[in-house]
Design a binder for this molecule. Structure first.
Ligand code: RET
Length: 288
């Protein structure tokens, strides 16, 4: 049996605080919207792959895999959230009868999704196959070390802030290493993009930094104190980060490879973009 006392020494702050019904409902809502959005976009990514030149189809397909994997993980967070509180006198009190909430599943899920998200970059940028393989490995190593060291540290958030911060710093070192590797891929991506869409990888760089940078903020937040507001704001930050680093990122990459496909002469992509400058250019190149 998991009790509040065990959660206190080895767990997440969600198990320490009593929530108002507003805070509890906000938490449920945030997690529900997150898994709902991820599942729904499986359809978008699978169908949008049909418009792309064959070599780029794997990019949105990987997004669909990420959506399924993250959606399942977030659904699990949602059901655990619901089981982890008991309604007593109009307040939601951490349950003492077996179920406790944990964010650790997120870190397990990132182990799958993060290497897939990173793999999408060199494939979308059309880098040579051997370079692509090398880049994927070079990005995945610091990424996995970043996640697993962060997982070790997040168990300290219920009071052992020395543990939280020590592993947080180690994890950040791997994050910096990852950022350097990603910058290398972005630079190659800018060089290898048709002139009309060189701005896309350049802008994606800033988008990557802004969205991935939300995760360490969410990690550090419990140091502000274990309160219902911190619990809800942290779940909100995780969700904004999840939707932007996976779902919106996937849309950006799939639109980029659609333009790439058209510029490289793939007719269905040019037709899909007919009302844009790139579509018009691709059509005139065909003599339409
Ligand atoms: C941790 C620990 C504290 C220090 C740092 C972290 C960075 C986490 C990141 C996670 C990205 C996750 C993504 C998931 C998508 O499914 C581990 C919180 C720097 C950057 C993109």
């Amino acid at each position: 049996m998991q009790t509040g006392a065990i959660a206190d020494t080895f767990g997440n702050i969600e198990n320490l605080v009593t929530l108002t019904s507003g805070q509890y409902t906000m938490g449920s809502l945030i997690l529900m919207v997150s898994y709902g959005a991820h599942f729904a976009f499986i359809i978008y990514f699978l169908t949008s792959s049909l418009q792309l030149a064959p070599r780029y189809r794997i990019v949105p397909v990987l997004s669909a895999v990420v959506m399924a994997s993250a959606g399942l993980s977030l659904l699990r967070e949602f059901t655990t959230w619901q089981a982890a509180y008991t309604l007593i006198g109009g307040q939601y009190v951490p349950a003492t009868d077996g179920e406790s909430f944990t964010n650790a599943y997120r870190y397990g899920n990132w182990t799958i999704t993060v290497p897939l998200l990173l793999s999408q970059l060199p494939i979308a940028f059309g880098l040579a196959r051997s370079v692509t393989h090398k880049k994927i490995i070079r990005m995945s190593i610091p990424a996995l070390l970043m996640i697993w060291t962060g997982l070790m540290g997040q168990f300290g958030e219920t009071g052992d802030f020395a543990r939280l911060n020590l592993w947080g710093v180690i994890s950040t070192v791997f994050f910096v290493w990852l950022i350097v590797e990603v910058r290398g891929v972005i630079t190659a991506g800018i060089a290898n993009s048709p002139v009309e869409i060189k701005a896309w990888p350049a802008n994606l760089w800033w988008y990557f930094l802004a969205t991935w940078g939300l995760y360490p903020i969410a990690y550090a937040l419990p140091q502000l104190g274990a309160s219902g507001d911190v619990v809800v704001v942290r779940q909100l930050l995780f969700s904004i980060a999840d939707i932007s680093s996976k779902l919106l990122y996937g849309i950006i990459l799939s639109r980029y490879v659609l333009r790439r496909s058209a510029l490289e002469g793939y007719v269905p992509a040019a037709e899909a973009l007919e009302t844009t400058a790139i579509g018009a250019k691709a059509a005139s190149a065909r003599g339409d």
